[in-house]
Design a protein around this ligand. Structure first.
Ligand code: ATP
Ligand code: MG
Length: 447
C-alpha cells in the first residue's frame, strides 16, 4: 500500500508524467467507419497505404466521429516524409516552416497530411536545425520525424491522439484518450506547464475544445492556464488572428468567450477590450453579437470576421471615442481618430488582414449614418456595400440595450417597402423630425 502511495509522489526535480501504453480498439468496439470519412480523406489514406506507407486518420476527425459529431476536417498522420507525400499527390502543396506539412487539395476540401513527429525529449538542442525552442520554452520549429507512438505523445490532448486505420479498421489509443472521451475530460499529454510553454496556443485550444465539446478541463491541465496566459503575447499576431476565428466563428463563440474571460486569456487577444470592460464598459453587445453568430452558424448562414471584430472591439472604440470628445474634438473626427487608434493597437495583438479591417471601419462609421435618413440619404445608405452588415450591427446594439429600439425597425420596414412606400416613410420622417427636435431641446434649455 505504501509503495502504491509513494508511486504517486513525483520524484524530486522531475515532474510526474503518467505512463501510457498502446491500446488497440477493434472494429466492433468503436463507431468509426470508412463510410463516415470524406471521399478525399479515403483517397489519401488508401494511396499512402498502397505506396507502402503507414497512414492514419488522426485528431479531430477520429475524436468527433467517436463523439457522434461531424468532423470539421480530416487530418492524416503518416510515416511518409512531406516530400514523399508531395510526390504521391500532384494536387498537393508543401507548407509551413515551423511545422512542415502537406496540403492535398480536392476542390474546397483540404486534407492535411502530417509526418509523424519525434519525441520532445531533446528540444533544447540549440544546434539542431530541425527543432528549435526559444528562451521561453516556445517550440519555434518542430520537424524531427519519429514513429507513431512518439507522434501521439507530442500531440496536445489525449482525445486528439487517437488514430484510425483504414486497413484493419482499428482505433489506436496511445494516451488513454478513449477513457477521457468517455469521461468528457480534456487532458494535456505530459506535463501541462511544459506543454503550454512549448506552445501557448494550446491554452486557447483547451478553452476551444472545452466549449465546443462541452468537456471539463481536468484540474492539472486547467491549473497553470491563468498564470501562463501572458505567454500568448509571444505568439505571432497572424496565428492568433486565426485562433480568434476558430474560437468565435465555429458555432460556440459565446461559450468560448466566457471561458477566455474566466482564464484571463482574452487579455492577450483583445487587450484594449478587456481594459474597457474592466473599466465598466458594457459587455452586452459582445455577448449579443456572439449569440447571433452562433445562431447564424446553426442555421447554415455565413459569418464574417469583420463583423465579429467590429463587435469585439466596440467597447474599446467607445472608450477612445469618448476620450477624444472629452478632449474637445468634434464627434466625427473623434470617431475617425479613435478607429485608427483602436485598429493600430489591435493589430499588434492579433493581425487583422486589410480585407477585414476596411469593412470593419465601415460598419462603425455607418452607425453614425444610419440615423440620418432625410432627403436622398437613406437611399445612398441602402446602396452602400456595407449596409447589410452595418444594419445587422445596429440591430445587435439595440438588442443589447445600448440604444433605444426603433431605428432598426425603421430600416427593416424601409427595406421591405416599394419606392412609393419608401418615399412616404421619408416624408413622414421629414414631418416628424422638427417636432422631435423641439421636444428634445426643452430639457437641454432648462439645464
Ligand atoms: P478541429 O479541426 O475540430 O479544430 P483538431 O483537433 O482536428 O480540431 P487541428 O488544429 O485540425 O485540430 O489539429 C489536428 C491535430 O493536430 C490535433 O487533433 C492534435 O492532435 C494536433 N495538434 C494541433 N495543434 C497542436 C498543437 N498546438 N500542439 C500539439 N498538437 C497539436
Ligand atoms: Mg482538424
Amino acid at each position: 500500500m505504501l509503495k502504491k502511495l509513494l508511486s504517486f509522489i513525483p520524484r524530486s526535480g522531475k515532474k510526474k508524467v503518467p505512463a501510457y501504453s498502446r491500446q488497440v480498439i477493434p472494429r466492433e468496439r468503436h463507431t468509426v467507419s470508412r463510410s463516415i470519412l470524406s471521399e478525399p480523406s479515403k483517397k489519401v489514406l488508401n494511396r499512402l497505404n498502397n505506396a507502402g506507407f503507414e497512414a492514419y486518420l488522426v485528431g479531430g476527425g477520429v475524436r468527433d466521429i467517436l463523439l457522434g459529431q461531424r468532423p470539421k476536417d480530416f487530418d492524416i498522420a503518416t510515416n511518409a516524409t512531406p516530400e514523399e507525400v508531395h510526390e504521391l499527390f500532384r494536387n498537393s502543396r508543401l507548407i509551413g516552416r515551423r511545422f512542415r506539412i502537406v496540403h492535398v487539395l480536392f476542390g474546397r476540401e483540404v486534407i492535411e497530411v502530417t509526418t509523424f513527429r519525434g519525441s520532445a525529449a531533446d528540444t533544447n538542442d540549440e544546434d539542431d536545425d530541425d527543432r528549435k525552442t526559444s528562451e521561453h520554452g516556445l517550440l519555434l520549429r518542430d520537424n524531427v520525424y519519429g514513429n507513431q507512438e512518439e507522434d501521439a505523445l507530442r500531440r496536445d490532448f489525449t482525445i486528439n491522439a487517437l488514430y484510425y486505420c483504414v486497413k484493419d479498421f482499428t482505433v489506436v489509443d496511445f494516451a488513454n484518450g478513449i477513457k477521457d472521451l468517455e469521461n468528457r475530460q480534456l487532458r494535456l499529454i505530459g506535463d501541462p506547464e511544459t506543454r503550454y510553454r512549448e506552445d501557448p496556443v494550446r491554452m486557447l485550444r483547451a478553452v476551444r475544445f472545452a466549449a465546443k465539446l462541452d468537456f471539463e478541463i481536468e484540474p492539472a491541465t486547467e491549473a497553470p492556464i491563468t498564470e501562463l496566459a501572458p505567454l500568448l503575447t509571444h505568439i505571432p499576431s497572424a496565428r492568433l488572428f486565426e485562433e480568434v476565428l476558430k474560437l468565435f466563428s465555429a458555432g460556440y463563440g459565446e461559450a468560448s468567450y466566457y471561458k477566455l474571460r474566466e482564464y484571463d486569456l482574452l487579455d492577450a487577444l483583445f487587450p484594449d477590450t478587456v481594459r474597457a470592460l474592466d473599466a465598466g464598459e458594457p459587455e452586452a453587445l459582445i455577448i449579443q453579437a456572439l449569440q447571433n453568430t452562433d445562431r447564424r452558424i446553426q442555421q447554415g448562414k455565413s459569418v464574417t470576421p469583420y463583423f465579429l471584430y467590429a463587435a469585439m472591439l466596440w467597447p474599446a472604440l467607445q472608450v477612445e471615442w469618448r476620450k477624444r470628445q472629452d478632449d474637445g474634438e468634434s464627434i466625427q473626427p473623434a470617431l475617425h481618430q479613435a478607429i485608427a487608434k483602436v485598429i493600430g493597437r489591435q493589430v499588434q495583438a492579433t493581425a487583422i488582414p486589410k480585407r477585414f479591417s476596411g469593412p470593419m471601419k465601415e460598419i462603425w462609421e455607418m452607425q453614425m449614418r444610419l440615423p440620418r435618413r432625410q432627403g436622398k440619404r437613406a437611399f445612398v445608405t441602402l446602396e452602400h456595400p456595407r449596409f447589410r452588415a452595418a444594419y445587422d450591427f445596429l440591430l445587435v446594439r439595440e438588442d443589447a440595450g445600448e440604444i433605444e429600439p426603433g431605428l432598426g425597425q425603421w430600416w427593416t420596414d424601409f427595406q421591405e417597402q416599394d419606392e412609393r412606400g419608401q418615399e412616404k416613410m421619408l416624408s413622414e420622417l421629414g414631418a416628424e423630425s422638427p417636432r422631435k427636435r423641439k421636444r428634445r431641446r426643452k430639457p437641454e434649455s432648462r439645464a
